[in-house]
Design a protein around this ligand. Structure first.
Ligand code: UGA
Length: 443
């Protein structure tokens, strides 16, 4: 039976956990978000989201005001308080290998299991290598106090940064791995809102649920590397990859999304997830999957090299002491996240080669400066472009795709631009006097 007035504890208040806690409160539950990072907890409790995520600050404020949503650093209290315990802590890449670091997941799960005082469900949401959940189940069994009934299930998360709230409240699908009758009923209660809207529910075992998550990211990454590989063919053959992608996308079996050729993928998820799946596939002897993912990773990292080479070429072979403007620091628009950001990676590499690099990003300036303090930062695109020898458009923020090329041509020392995201119109920029280069297009 489902306890009336389900209480939800959410462990980890990063992108995933903070969004999940706020969204669960929005669905009408009492929620406690917990994190060991006291600064994060204090910020959230004061109504401040410690990262840029459109829509989340408004919803946080609204839910704090209802009194349903609280934040705490006390994991043990949250374990005693909640009925459903969502594990949303990070699984970063290990420093010394491609494997995922499961230390945070294990620590949070153990603390919950040890401190339970009533029957509950532990719900894994973190992205983990297949096989982790089964091990956690054993760990929990050995730690749970006598007389308490607790089950673990896996409910992977597919939210995108920049669209996190909408993805959580209106997901494409809900995957529940390793449920029994009791826990499935509880989860259907938790997600009653989205289910009533018609969101499909896939009920399966633990390893399938774990693998759905990483396979989804691996597929998206493969799609991007596929189009980037074809972009190389387009360049060599004088074809245009943006037109080609549109034409491919009309085939509903292919679809247009994730076929934007360019600088490739970055962020806290796709790169580390494909590497972790590569590592795990090798461990399991599934060498073909590992080989495929290796190629996807190599093609992706090659795009960064390609843009560095194009920049050198555009400047006659060397960037030493040349002034370079980089538009974009975030790994994609609508976020201030610079984890494994292709844009910053290219900016830093050019800086190391002796260029004077000035970066502008509408939201990620502060996070970028914290990671790369030696680069210069401008406060507007116009300021960044002023006096530069070449402009690189590396993150396709709307405000960059709507820049006025004629006005900018007046402030650049030599109007040269490399559009590494395929979002600018070459004809328009050339007409305004710019020397224009793009990836996967020669015309
Ligand atoms: C990704 C997945 O899209 C989510 O479904 C998943 O839940 C999340 O990872 C996660 O595992 O937590 P996210 O990292 O927010 O979400 O970013 P995406 O929107 O997937 O973009 C990833 C990268 O691919 C960005 O650097 C973007 O610029 C690049 N990209 C995307 C391309 O280069 N070309 C495209 O056509 C699309």
């Amino acid at each position: 039976t489902v306890p009336a007035g389900l209480k939800i504890s959410v462990y980890g208040t990063g992108y995933l956990g903070a969004t999940h806690a706020v969204s669960m409160a929005e669905l009408g539950f009492e929620v406690m978000g917990v994190d060991t990072d006291a600064n994060k907890v204090a910020a959230l409790a004061a109504g401040k989201v410690p990262f840029f995520e459109p829509g989340l600050p408004e919803l946080l404020e609204k839910q704090l005001a209802t009194g349903r949503l609280t934040f705490s650093t006390d994991l043990e209290e949250a374990a005693r308080w909640g009925d459903v315990h969502f594990i949303c802590v990070g699984t970063p890449q290990m420093k010394t290998s491609h494997a995922a670091n499961l230390g945070y997941v294990e620590a949070a799960t153990s603390t919950v299991a040890k401190n339970l005082t009533k029957n509950g469900v532990i719900v894994g949401k973190s992205t983990v290598p297949v096989g982790t959940a089964a091990r956690l189940r054993e760990l929990i069994a050995g730690l749970t106090p006598e007389g308490v009934e607790v089950d673990l299930l896996w409910n992977p998360e597919f939210l995108r940064e920049g669209k996190a709230v909408d993805d959580t409240l209106h997901p494409d699908r809900i995957v529940l791995g390793g449920t029994n009758a009791r826990t499935e009923a509880i989860m259907r209660e938790v997600y009653a809102g989205p289910i009533a809207e018609g969101t499909p529910v896939v009920v399966t075992d633990l390893p399938t649920a774990e693998l759905v998550k990483v396979s989804a990211n691996a597929f998206l990454a493969t799609k991007i590397s596929f189009i980037n590989a074809i972009a190389g063919v387009c360049e060599a053959a004088g074809a245009d990859v943006t037109v080609l992608a549109d034409a491919l996308g009309h085939d509903v079996r292919i679809g247009r999304q994730f076929l934007d050729a360019g600088l490739g993928f970055g962020g806290g998820c796709l790169p580390k997830d494909i590497r972790a799946l590569m590592h795990r596939s090798n461990e399991l002897g599934a060498y073909r999957a590992a080989a495929l993912l290796q190629q996807v990773d190599e093609i992706n990292m090659g795009q960064r090299e390609r843009v560095i080479d194009m920049t050198m070429e555009a400047l006659g072979g060397s960037v030493l002491n040349r002034r370079i403007c980089v538009l974009g620091a975030a790994f994609k628009p609508l976020t201030d996240d610079v984890r494994d950001s292709p844009a910053l990676n290219v900016a830093a590499a050019l800086h190391l080669r002796g260029a004077q690099v000035t970066v502008f990003d509408p939201e990620a300036g502060d996070t970028a400066r914290a990671s790369f303090p030696t680069l210069s930062y401008a406060t507007s695109a116009e300021e960044a472009v002023e006096g530069t020898d070449v402009v690189l458009m590396l993150t396709e923020w709307k405000q960059f795709t709507s820049l006025d090329p004629a006005a900018l041509a007046k402030v650049a020392t030599s109007p040269r631009i490399i559009d590494a995201r395929g979002k600018l119109d070459p004809a328009e920029w050339r007409a305004a006097g710019w020397e224009f280069r793009g990836l996967g297009r020669t015309a």
